[in-house]
Design a protein around this ligand. Sequence first.
Ligand SMILES: *Cc1c(COP(=O)(O)O)cnc(C)c1O
Length: 407
Amino acid sequence: MNQNLTTDRQTFVTHLECSITGERYEADQLHGLSRAGRPLLVRYDLDAVRSAVSRDTIEARPTDLWRWRELLPVRHTSNIVSLGEIETPLVPLTRSGGPNVLVKDEGRLPTGSFKARGLVMAVAMAKELGVTKIAMPTNGNAGAALAAYATRCGIETIVFCPDDTPEINVREIAMQGARVWRVNGLIDDCGAIVGKGAAEGRWFDFSTLKEPYRIEGKKTMGLELAAQFGWKLPDAIFYPTGGGTGLIGMWKAFDELEKLGWIGSERPKMFAVQASGCAPIVRAFEAGEEHAERWEDASTVAAGIRVPKAVGDFLILRAVRESGGQALAVGDPAILKAVDAAAKQDGLLLCPEGGATLAAYHQALNTGLVDEDERVVLFNCATGLKYPMPEAPQALDRTRPIDFDAL
Ligand SMILES: *Cc1c(COP(=O)(O)O)cnc(C)c1O
């Protein structure tokens, strides 16, 4: 068994806090959004964490997500349902990216996407707080991760997806024991159904950022990056942004690490990458707004970032602005071209959302937002194997003479 999970323990959570008003909420109770209708952030006694563990202690542990347990919310390890949440590698993308471009390849996580990070945490907390039935709207990967972890610990799940969610996602959700429904609408239409059922007391609402713990799971991407870069951070991060959980989570991780004295005050430029067919955060960034209006008629091949309205919009925009980064939109043709280039030139199969970060990197390079000397991390959030690929129809008839020169 994983050494990081063998001892039961207490963690260092002190309370939760409304991300917009700062209002305080009790730990160890079930919460959704704050009274102001905004995400709740988990707060820790970081002085106590600092006396309990050091960077060296963390580094001596096996390199999975649970090595960070003092900075995570689960009180009792017995509530954790693990499927093997490994530290994901940084893969150089030398040809299609450049000499200083690394891909954090999240496709290696359980259920093939980084949604596993958020959902392993949220499900453990749901179990700890006695939840028995969960519903969620999803563009695919979150539902798959929820289904896997919740089924594993006997929590019932009902999942709603837009009807054009990739077929493989709908099937993996069903296969992993959830009840899954295709809905003739977008993710926020699915979210409205989940919200109505939750208000009637039918289930607990697991929508992005509507429960407090997915951010804590996604935060581990920032913690891992710090350790992988020798307790420094890269110069720029390109993150495909839907609900923005990961970007918000990494930004929170960097603050906590600095308060612990484990990293300095330098921060990467954060680039929130969206598709031109659904770019509410980019539009709000460019207009200087603090909140983003809903994007009508959203459409893109990158289903994971087809999120017309994000409840944590202001947290994404704040982090991007504070970091000196930018919100960037890339078109579907550029996304598909980038996926093709990474596969053909570097042998790395990206998901479309990962392709979007590569396309955005080149855009940023061309417009001088980053230069080639800067160390850049692109997020590939899911395995490229989950997505449709071009046909490869060539067949060989072995009973006929073979033209070896033509092979
Ligand atoms: C969910 C998802 C995203 C967006 O992540 P957020 O943290 O919600 O913004 C990007 N890519 C893929 C493949 C996803 O599944």
